[in-house]
Design a protein. Structure first.
Length: 74
């Protein structure tokens, strides 16, 4: 009886436990590959901000072009 329980423990520790750990981390890895709702909102906010900044830069360049044509050479 003692030998059977020892064999069962050894079998669990060498085969089943590593398999369970590997499957657990594969599941976690697949979950983290997807973007969360908060991350998606943050990306949308960053996209909007970058568009606004691009418009501001274009406006400043137009103002500088109208004001002085030599600013691009500097």
């Amino acid at each position: 009886m003692y030998a059977l329980s020892t064999l069962a423990v050894i079998l669990f520790l060498t085969v089943l436990a590593p398999l369970i750990v590997i499957l657990y981390f594969i599941t976690k890895w697949k979950q983290t590959r997807e973007i969360s709702g908060d991350d998606e909102r943050m990306l949308e906010d960053l996209w909007t901000l970058s568009q606004r900044l691009e418009e501001r830069i274009e406006t400043l360049e137009r103002i500088l072009d109208d004001d002085s044509t030599t600013h691009r050479r500097q």
